[in-house]
Design a protein around this ligand. Structure first.
Ligand code: HEM
Length: 115
């Protein structure tokens, strides 16, 4: 089970790369907004994060989770996902939406590492 847990953790990092990469690639564009990499990255973070918690809580791996941190990360990713869903339908530029998604993604990285 530890192999599966680590495999999903790798996908969790792939989702982070997609989400943040989708934000960064537009940094110099005047037409900023939500791109598919951001939306798919957000969904990947949501699904892989929930799977990681499920495996850890089943007791199959020796992983003690900070549930307060997880709950905050879950709320943040839900906001990101809603913003990405709303933003993808809107015409560019969506600079505020782009900046909010980038800032919330960075917030979750900081929470994941420092909390
Ligand atoms: C934008 C959203 C997210 C980002 C950027 C993110 C980022 C990260 C990072 C960088 C790590 C590695 C931390 C370390 O090894 O020190 C991590 C681990 C983890 N994440 Fe996320 N995460 C996100 C969403 C979520 C969600 C929604 C959940 C659960 C509902 C979740 C659950 C976990 C778990 C269980 C781990 C492994 C254990 C731990 O380090 O706490 N993540 N995440």
């Amino acid at each position: 089970m530890i192999f599966l847990y680590n495999l999903i953790l790798v996908l969790h990092f792939v989702g982070l790369a997609s989400l943040l990469g989708g934000v960064i690639v537009q940094a110099k564009s005047s037409d900023k907004g939500v791109n598919p990499a951001m939306l798919h990255g957000a969904l990947t973070q949501l699904v892989t994060g929930v799977l990681l918690v499920g495996i850890a809580e089943s007791g199959a791996v020796d992983e003690e989770l900070n549930m307060t941190k997880i709950a905050v990360k879950l709320v943040v990713v839900l906001i990101i996902t809603v913003l990405a869903f709303v933003g993808r339908k809107k015409p560019m530029p969506q600079t505020g939406m782009w900046a909010a998604i980038g800032a919330l993604t960075l917030l979750n990285v900081v929470l994941a590492v420092f909390w």
